[in-house]
Design a protein. Structure first.
Length: 125
């Protein structure tokens, strides 16, 4: 199981979620690539797509959006992707955003990204 680098970022006091600055988004993207390249097989609760999706949902600088998209498309090499739509409110754990509008934006952006890039996934409910 890959370690959740967003947890590391939070523990380091880095701003995440709706207020994530572009330098942090690039840092997170690089750390995810590093983890995914370290292992030949792994299970993870997030993937390289997440960092592009969040950059786009947050309407970051167009260069950051394009760079994270290119990295996501170029480096992804998953055997299986399981997609779980948010079906219930996220518990406020001090880490994940509980903002429903933000969550909906991320969900819509994710679904559009997978469709536009013909990424195969299995929907789980």
């Amino acid at each position: 199981m890959l370690h959740d680098i967003v947890v590391d970022a939070h523990k380091l006091g880095f701003t995440i979620n709706e207020e994530t600055p572009i330098e942090r988004q690039i840092w997170l993207t690089g750390k995810q690539v590093e983890q995914e390249k370290k292992y030949t097989a792994f299970v993870a609760d997030k993937c390289i797509f997440d960092y592009h999706i969040y950059a786009k949902a947050l309407d970051m600088d167009k260069d950051v959006i394009e760079i994270t998209r290119k990295i996501a498309i170029k480096t992804q090499n998953y055997d299986h992707i399981f997609y779980i739509k948010p079906e219930f409110p996220i518990v406020d754990d001090g880490l994940r955003s509980t903002n429903i509008d933000f969550q909906n934006s991320v969900q819509e952006t994710y679904e559009n990204f997978m469709k536009e890039n013909k990424i195969k996934y299995e929907y789980i409910t």
